[in-house]
Design a protein around this ligand. Structure first.
Ligand code: AMP
Length: 114
Protein backbone atom coordinates (compact mmCIF):
# COMPACT_ATOMS: atom_id res chain seq x y z
CA UNK A 1 0.00 0.00 0.00
CA UNK A 2 1.27 3.48 -0.82
CA UNK A 3 3.43 5.18 1.78
CA UNK A 4 1.65 8.41 0.86
CA UNK A 5 -1.93 7.21 1.09
CA UNK A 6 -2.83 9.20 4.19
CA UNK A 7 -0.97 12.27 2.94
CA UNK A 8 -3.26 12.08 -0.09
CA UNK A 9 -6.27 12.08 2.23
CA UNK A 10 -4.83 15.08 4.13
CA UNK A 11 -4.32 16.88 0.80
CA UNK A 12 -7.83 15.92 -0.40
CA UNK A 13 -6.33 14.07 -3.37
CA UNK A 14 -8.42 11.01 -2.48
CA UNK A 15 -11.78 11.09 -0.70
CA UNK A 16 -12.39 10.17 2.93
CA UNK A 17 -15.26 10.43 5.39
CA UNK A 18 -13.68 13.04 7.66
CA UNK A 19 -15.18 13.29 11.15
CA UNK A 20 -12.58 15.44 12.95
CA UNK A 21 -10.02 18.02 11.93
CA UNK A 22 -7.70 20.50 13.58
CA UNK A 23 -4.65 22.32 12.23
CA UNK A 24 -2.49 19.32 13.11
CA UNK A 25 -4.73 16.23 13.21
CA UNK A 26 -7.27 14.54 10.94
CA UNK A 27 -9.82 11.84 11.82
CA UNK A 28 -11.68 9.86 9.15
CA UNK A 29 -13.67 6.63 8.99
CA UNK A 30 -11.75 3.45 8.20
CA UNK A 31 -12.64 2.14 4.73
CA UNK A 32 -12.89 -1.41 6.16
CA UNK A 33 -14.52 -0.85 9.55
CA UNK A 34 -13.96 -3.43 12.30
CA UNK A 35 -16.57 -1.94 14.65
CA UNK A 36 -19.67 0.25 14.30
CA UNK A 37 -17.39 3.23 14.88
CA UNK A 38 -13.90 2.81 13.40
CA UNK A 39 -12.01 6.05 12.89
CA UNK A 40 -8.36 6.55 11.99
CA UNK A 41 -6.71 9.54 13.65
CA UNK A 42 -3.53 10.79 12.02
CA UNK A 43 -1.09 13.66 12.40
CA UNK A 44 -0.89 15.93 9.37
CA UNK A 45 2.88 15.63 9.72
CA UNK A 46 4.29 12.49 8.11
CA UNK A 47 5.65 10.10 10.76
CA UNK A 48 6.28 6.65 9.35
CA UNK A 49 5.93 4.41 12.43
CA UNK A 50 5.91 4.67 16.22
CA UNK A 51 9.68 4.07 15.99
CA UNK A 52 10.02 7.43 14.22
CA UNK A 53 8.28 9.49 16.91
CA UNK A 54 10.72 12.06 18.32
CA UNK A 55 10.62 14.18 21.44
CA UNK A 56 9.46 17.19 19.45
CA UNK A 57 6.39 15.16 18.37
CA UNK A 58 5.23 14.78 21.98
CA UNK A 59 2.47 17.35 21.79
CA UNK A 60 1.34 16.20 18.35
CA UNK A 61 1.09 12.56 19.44
CA UNK A 62 -0.82 13.63 22.53
CA UNK A 63 -3.30 15.37 20.26
CA UNK A 64 -4.14 12.00 18.68
CA UNK A 65 -5.48 10.79 22.03
CA UNK A 66 -7.29 14.08 22.68
CA UNK A 67 -8.94 13.60 19.29
CA UNK A 68 -9.88 9.98 20.06
CA UNK A 69 -11.61 10.99 23.27
CA UNK A 70 -13.42 13.87 21.57
CA UNK A 71 -14.67 11.67 18.71
CA UNK A 72 -15.75 8.90 21.09
CA UNK A 73 -17.59 11.46 23.22
CA UNK A 74 -19.25 13.03 20.18
CA UNK A 75 -20.53 9.63 19.03
CA UNK A 76 -21.80 8.64 22.48
CA UNK A 77 -19.22 6.01 23.38
CA UNK A 78 -17.24 7.80 26.09
CA UNK A 79 -19.06 6.16 29.00
CA UNK A 80 -19.57 2.65 27.58
CA UNK A 81 -15.96 2.50 26.45
CA UNK A 82 -13.84 2.17 23.36
CA UNK A 83 -10.40 1.06 22.27
CA UNK A 84 -7.48 2.85 20.66
CA UNK A 85 -4.79 0.87 18.85
CA UNK A 86 -1.65 1.82 16.96
CA UNK A 87 0.13 -0.93 15.02
CA UNK A 88 3.88 -0.71 14.46
CA UNK A 89 5.48 -2.47 11.51
CA UNK A 90 4.55 -5.70 9.79
CA UNK A 91 4.32 -8.12 12.73
CA UNK A 92 1.62 -5.95 14.30
CA UNK A 93 -0.22 -5.58 11.00
CA UNK A 94 0.74 -2.04 10.01
CA UNK A 95 -0.09 -1.60 6.33
CA UNK A 96 -0.05 2.17 5.97
CA UNK A 97 3.25 3.78 6.96
CA UNK A 98 1.96 7.06 8.34
CA UNK A 99 1.12 6.65 12.02
CA UNK A 100 -2.56 6.34 12.79
CA UNK A 101 -4.54 5.67 15.91
CA UNK A 102 -7.46 3.29 15.37
CA UNK A 103 -10.51 4.27 17.42
CA UNK A 104 -12.91 1.33 17.74
CA UNK A 105 -16.29 1.49 19.48
CA UNK A 106 -19.82 0.18 19.40
CA UNK A 107 -19.30 -3.50 20.13
CA UNK A 108 -17.70 -5.64 22.84
CA UNK A 109 -13.97 -5.72 22.19
CA UNK A 110 -12.19 -8.89 23.27
CA UNK A 111 -8.93 -8.94 25.18
CA UNK A 112 -6.25 -9.99 24.40
CA UNK A 113 -6.55 -8.82 20.80
CA UNK A 114 -5.53 -11.23 18.04
P1 AMP B 1 -2.96 -0.55 9.76
O1 AMP B 1 -3.20 -1.96 9.29
O2 AMP B 1 -2.88 -0.43 11.26
O3 AMP B 1 -1.81 0.09 9.04
O4 AMP B 1 -4.27 0.24 9.38
C1 AMP B 1 -4.49 0.78 8.11
C2 AMP B 1 -5.96 1.00 8.00
O5 AMP B 1 -6.19 1.89 6.93
C3 AMP B 1 -6.77 -0.26 7.71
O6 AMP B 1 -7.70 -0.47 8.76
C4 AMP B 1 -7.46 0.07 6.39
O7 AMP B 1 -8.77 -0.45 6.32
C5 AMP B 1 -7.43 1.57 6.37
N1 AMP B 1 -7.47 2.20 5.06
C6 AMP B 1 -6.75 1.88 3.97
N2 AMP B 1 -7.05 2.70 2.96
C7 AMP B 1 -7.97 3.58 3.42
C8 AMP B 1 -8.68 4.68 2.85
N3 AMP B 1 -8.48 5.07 1.57
N4 AMP B 1 -9.57 5.34 3.61
C9 AMP B 1 -9.78 4.97 4.88
N5 AMP B 1 -9.15 3.94 5.48
C10 AMP B 1 -8.25 3.25 4.76
Amino acid sequence: MSEDLFLKIINREIPADIVYETDSVLGFRDINPQAPLHVLIIPKTHIRTINDIRADHTSLVGELLIAAAAIAREHGYADDGYRVVMNCNEAAGQTVFHIHLHLLAGRNLNWPPG
